[in-house]
Design a protein around this ligand. Structure first.
Ligand SMILES: *Cc1c(COP(=O)(O)O)cnc(C)c1O
Length: 387
């Protein structure tokens, strides 16, 4: 059976060109970049070239990039690091109700240690109002962190506007850009951000490697203590093959981003249109335009997302019922609840995330089989009364 992968927001396959670029750094160029000898210097060149590639892509300087183990670490680094470095000034953090757990859980952890956190609401389309962020600011606010695009419903936030407000008040501003880097423009100066998290496995690079952009002058404590790698900001021997792979993945995205996002958004809109017209009592979640080019998230009344996923999987189609992190728990998505969906409706939701290798025929196939699956499940649902 041919399988169709529509879960690119959970992770992406590594592009084979990325794997090729990484290969020498496992074997002949295996040195520790902190070593003085030629083995070390070879690895160090790979590391620093990669840093330059990523910096250029973000509109940053190489010394403003710290490589990490991924999006989760970059977010934890930001929250604990800035809260620690700014404790003399205050203990208040502003974030949104729809952040990834890699932001909300560190925030909750800090709340147990005397920090206060404001969770700004979103509107029914899943968009943060910059005015609400402004209103939440107090003289104790030390960090604002709002995600660039949501991993479940794909909404893109007005980051540049929020950044302007943060800048006026001289409050450090972070964005979790794990879903956007490599997919839509993420220039740190255009976005007005001081810190930005990214993760390679969300843009056709390897898992377990990412980066945090830290604008020069931003005060932040280290998360990992140990050696002096990354100019003392992140101890541990650098993951050189992973970092080289991250940079190669960035180069490929740079070349293809425009074309790819046009291709994806056209397929996205076709899928949304097909499903809305073929399936009654179905709704699109998130903003119809201000959304990631590859994200489709829909709710179907009277049925469970999990049952739809299993039925799709039997036909070789891989989708998700929310984020990879929450789909194994019984709690409905906090994101869908935040946009006003009921518990029942939130449970009946699916996310299709398109990517580099998605074809028109994949979208046609899903459009053809999902209405039948929904119909079958509704017939079995006690909640559904046939008219
Ligand atoms: C995937 C994801 C993360 C976590 O990144 P990892 O590299 O898997 O730790 C954080 N934030 C968002 C928005 C994500 O989509």
């Amino acid at each position: 059976m041919e399988r169709i992968y529509l879960d690119y927001a959970a992770t992406t396959p590594c592009d084979s060109r990325v794997v090729e670029a990484m290969r020498p750094y496992f074997t002949e160029k295996f040195g520790n970049p902190s070593s003085i000898h030629s083995f070390g210097q070879e690895a160090k060149k790979g590391l620093e070239d990669a840093r330059q590639v990523l910096a250029d892509f973000l509109g940053a300087k190489p010394e403003e990039i710290v490589f990490t183990s991924g999006g989760t670490e970059s977010n934890n680094f930001t929250i604990f690091g800035v809260a620690g470095a700014m404790a003399h000034k205050g203990n208040h953090i502003i974030t949104s109700q729809i952040e990834h757990h890699a932001i909300s859980e560190p925030c909750k952890a800090l709340e147990k240690h005397g920090c206060s956190v404001s969770y700004v609401k979103v509107d029914k389309n899943g968009i943060v109002d910059p005015g609400d962020v402004k209103k939440a600011i107090t003289d104790k606010t030390i960090l604002i962190t709002i995600m660039h695009a949501n991993n479940e419903i794909g909404t893109i936030q007005p980051i540049a506007e929020i950044g302007k407000i943060a800048k006026e008040k001289a409050i450090p501003f972070h964005t979790d850009a794990v879903q956007t880097v490599g997919h839509i423009p993420t220039n740190v100066n255009e976005l007005n951000v001081d810190l930005l998290s990214l993760s390679a496995h969300k843009f056709y690079g390897p898992k377990g490697v990412g980066a945090l952009y830290i604008r020069k002058g931003t005060r932040i404590n280290r998360l990992l203590h140990g050696g002096e790698q990354e100019k003392g900001r992140r101890a541990s021997t650098s993951n050189v093959p992973g970092i080289v792979g991250l940079a190669k993945a960035i180069e490929l995205c740079k070349e293809r981003m425009k074309e790819e996002s046009l291709m994806e958004s056209s397929l996205r809109d076709t899928l949304i249109k097909n499903l809305l017209s073929k399936i009654e009592k179905s709704y699109l979640n998130g903003h119809s335009i201000q959304r990631l080019p590859n994200n489709v998230n829909m709710s179907f009344e009277y049925i469970e997302g999990e049952s739809m996923l299993l039925n799709l999987d039997m036909l070789g189609i891989a989708a998700s019922s929310g984020s990879a992190c929450t789909s194994s728990s019984l709690e409905p998505s906090h994101v869908l609840l935040a946009i006003g969906r009921s518990h029942e409706t939130a449970h009946g939701s699916l996310r299709f995330a398109l990517g580099r290798w998605t074809k028109k025929s994949d979208i046609d196939y899903v459009s053809e089989v999902l209405p039948g699956i929904v119909d079958k499940l509704r017939q079995m649902s006690p909640l559904y009364e046939k008219k």
